[in-house]
Design a protein around this ligand. Structure first.
Ligand SMILES: [Zn+2]
Length: 152
């Protein structure tokens, strides 16, 4: 089972069956992530030696941006270890891409999209609380996985 399927199974275990059920704070709590909100730069800091996992959310940003950021930082926690500060640029960019991709699944999992394929991009944007550019990228990933030409 790949990471996307595992995270979607995990989301179902929370009872997140509709977009408005998705509670990212509950997911952060389950992962024992400390979420600190304030006028601070968004970041994830994880240190397994100290058993420390902290997500910073910048409250100067719009609420939808804060929500997306929390999904992004949860994704880093789920996928990555180590400190990006000491990483080569390409490795850092790869981690950012991976976190963005997984955050798409946290915000709009396949099993919720599957029954909304007749909706417009605008409707999906409203439904999932994601910007239209993000929904377009999310649907590209969905269709690349579910097309007849094979998955990813
Ligand atoms: Zn990131």
């Amino acid at each position: 089972m790949d990471v996307y399927n595992r995270i979607e199974s995990w989301m179902k275990s929370f009872g997140f069956l509709e977009p408005w059920n998705i509670d990212l704070q509950a997911m952060a709590d389950e992962l024992e992530l400390l979420v600190i909100r304030g006028p601070i730069r968004a970041a994830y800091i994880g240190c397994s030696d100290l058993d420390l996992r902290v997500v910073f959310i910048d409250t100067r940003k719009e609420p939808w941006r804060q929500r997306i950021t929390l999904a992004h930082e949860i994704s880093h926690h789920w996928l990555h270890s180590g400190c990006q500060l000491w990483m080569p640029k390409l490795s850092r960019e790869l981690q950012e891409w991976e976190a963005k991709r997984l955050s798409f699944h946290l915000l709009a999992p396949d099993y919720m999209l599957a029954c909304r394929l007749n909706m417009s991009v605008w409707e999906l944007s409203e439904e999932f609380g994601m910007p239209m550019t993000w929904i377009r990228q999310r649907m590209d990933i969905y269709w690349s996985k579910h097309s007849l030409h094979g998955g990813i």
